[in-house]
Design a protein around this ligand. Structure first.
Ligand code: ADP
Ligand code: MG
Length: 385
């Protein structure tokens, strides 16, 4: 065992008195394009980050679940597997406990485990630390209890844990990215049937960098704004007589808008349909080897999120505007919005200048210093020890 795996295993031994049966890792993600499209059965294009949640896990014979996180503070959380039910666990432990619950709900014979985890995924930054935590738990349990679940099956279990046990109404993109991504690629995912394709996204080879700007503003996906956007999209689909907004193509958009009387629903529909089209356009560019051409499409997507869906905030708008003004190829907010992170596509040689321009703009506006890092498309969940 090497690197993070060995460190976590040693901490596990110290905590629980014996070494773990294995160590697993699952990454956070950023979404390149396709925002708020996943609950409309549409398309998304996330990539996995090098940042991971790493979990050391061993089975227990007594149906007890012990959970410990190096980051969460507090001691070991002790739960009874047979008594897990939605609403019964508060705080961070609800994510891994929810996975155990979701596996049992789906008929998988999982019992108690000891878990110790540590993470390099920033939490609440729109980079899906929650999905990484769920997916690493699901993969560890699938391996340890011999469930043989496929990657999409792991993602669906992880999403069920977050939706039904934790109570956050997220789509399936984050969990799919964490479970299925491969190095050097973005994951082109159809959220209707979970079919996907690995699209080469070798930024370095094309002299490009993808920067992530963490605004340090905490998003709150659980709050009413997300549910309101979701309800508005569903109302739009009903009014248009389709199963989901995914069924409206870009060519049909102006006709569809003409049939909607509610101004808010019209804006939401315009965002979802146009963002699905932007995913297709970016796939076309990447397949043609033109990663540079992706930039302006990102900025277009940001304006749609800002003006039509209205899920941006001052810090995200400033990140995008200051990056573009400093010579970025394009930029957009990523994830649920209202804070969290932005992605910026830059020529490699401009990365430093653009990053410091964003930092200066934040300082001048009186905002907290953002966290800026380079995102390399990384591998999805795997066993590391
Ligand atoms: P995001 O997924 O964008 O990071 P969320 O609000 O969906 O933000 O999930 C963050 C939550 O996930 C944290 O509040 C915590 O409950 C849980 N979490 C994430 N990483 C860890 C960790 N290393 N240890 C314990 N809990 C974690
Ligand atoms: Mg999350």
């Amino acid at each position: 065992m090497s690197g993070a795996g060995a460190g976590v295993a040693a901490e596990f031994r110290e905590l629980y008195g014996a070494g773990p049966e294995g160590v697993w890792a699952a990454p956070g993600r950023v979404n390149l394009i396709g925002e708020y499209t996943d609950f409309n059965e549409g398309f998304v294009l996330p990539l996995a980050l090098p940042h991971t949640v790493v979990a050391a896990v061993s089975r227990r014979a007594d149906g007890v679940l012990r959970l410990h996180s190096a980051e969460a503070g507090g001691g070991v959380v002790r739960l009874d597997v047979a008594r897990l039910e939605p609403g019964s666990v508060q705080g961070w432990a609800a994510y891994p406990a929810g996975v155990v619950w979701a596996l049992r709900e789906a008929g998988h014979p999982v019992g108690g485990v000891d878990v110790h985890l540590t993470s390099t995924v920033p939490t609440g930054a729109g980079l899906s630390s929650s999905a990484a935590l769920e997916v690493v738990t699901a993969l560890a349990l699938s391996d340890l209890f011999g469930l043989g679940l496929s990657r999409p099956e792991l993602a669906v279990i992880a999403q069920a844990a977050e939706n039904r046990f934790v109570g956050v109404p997220c789509g399936v993109m984050d969990q799919m990215a964490s479970a299925c991504a491969t190095e050097g690629h973005a994951l082109y995912l159809d959220t209707r049937d979970l079919s996907y394709r690995q699209v080469p996204f070798d930024l370095a080879a094309q002299g490009l960098r993808l920067l992530v700007v963490d605004t340090r503003v905490q998003h709150a996906l659980g709050d009413g704004a997300y549910a309101e956007r979701r309800a508005g999209c569903e109302a739009g689909a009903r009014a248009l007589g389709v199963r989901a907004l995914r069924d409206i193509s870009a060519v049909q958009l102006s006709d569809a808008l003409g049939r909607l009387s509610d101004e808010t629903v019209r804006r939401y529909v315009r965002h979802v349909v146009s963002d699905n089209e932007r995913v297709e356009r970016i796939i076309g560019l990447l397949d043609a080897g033109d990663a540079r051409g992706v930039g302006p499409v990102l900025t277009e997507g940001h304006l749609s999120l800002r003006d039509d869906l209205r899920v941006s905030c001052e810090e995200l708008d400033l990140a995008v505007a200051s990056a573009n003004a400093a010579g970025a190829l394009g930029a957009r907010m990523t994830g649920g919005g209202f804070g969290g992170s932005a992605v910026v596509l830059v020529a490699a040689e401009a990365a430093g200048v653009v990053a410091s321009a964003v930092e200066k703009a934040f300082a001048a506006a009186g905002f907290a210093a953002p966290g800026v890092f380079v995102a390399t498309p990384s591998v999805g969940a795997r066993r590391v020890g």
